[in-house]
Unconditional design. Structure first.
Length: 219
């Protein structure tokens, strides 16, 4: 059974998700939260594997709630289902630790698939969110097409990061220490003048290190 908490300020969304998911015998809807306080309380009480979360309501939830929940329950992962298509917010959500992101236009199949992926600590982004990520340009000056002095190892780490691999998994695959992988990532970000793994994903796509299809399958 996958324990699921629905955290959304909108009544119709909560009821709709509950009716949809309750029909599946391997989903256990442990409760609903309409604000941050209820979210924190329910996570402490039940430690759900998946929180279906819409942060896009300033009077009820906040982006920072994702990080706070992580300090309460390390086993809890976030599946964002939101109408917010602001690129900056999507990048923040991913960097804060949300595993998956769907828009409210996604269908039943995508929601179900995203829940299974999120419960396994895997990433899942719907096609629309992938398109939004791809459209975010890291550089806007005339030197955008000039190559950066990246080593083969750094290029490989960028590609694996874009595919959703964690530093620990990358380290094991490349026979490196996790510390070494983090050091490589730090150097990569310095060279590319970026500040997050999300922007590294964009760089990988823009420079054909990973295709849009590979990214969608990986996440």
């Amino acid at each position: 059974m996958i324990k699921i908490l629905i955290a959304d300020a909108q009544y119709l969304i909560r009821i709709g998700l509950k009716n949809l998911l309750s029909a599946r015998i391997d989903f256990d809807i442990i409760g609903e939260a309409i604000n941050s306080d209820e979210l924190f309380f329910m996570v402490r009480k039940h430690e759900p594997e998946v929180v279906i979360f819409d942060y896009n309501n300033a009077h009820s939830f906040d982006l920072d709630d994702i990080e706070k929940v992580k300090t309460i329950s390390s086993k809890t992962n976030f599946l964002i289902i939101s109408s917010d298509e602001n690129k900056a917010n999507i990048f923040k959500v991913i960097d804060f630790g949300a595993r998956s992101y769907l828009t409210k236009e996604c269908d039943e199949e995508e929601i179900i698939d995203a829940i299974y992926a999120t419960a396994k600590n895997e990433k899942f982004l719907c096609h629309k969110v992938v398109d939004i990520i791809i459209d975010k340009h890291i550089h806007t000056d005339e030197d955008t097409c000039k190559p950066f002095n990246l080593s083969l190892r750094e290029t490989e780490i960028i590609k694996l990061t874009a595919k959703g691999w964690t530093a620990k998994t990358i380290a094991k695959h490349l026979f490196l220490s996790t510390h070494t992988v983090y050091t490589h990532k730090k150097n990569i970000m310095k060279k590319l003048k970026i500040n997050s793994s999300s922007e590294m994903i964009v760089y990988a796509i823009q420079n054909s290190l990973v295709t849009k299809e590979e990214l969608t399958e990986a996440v």
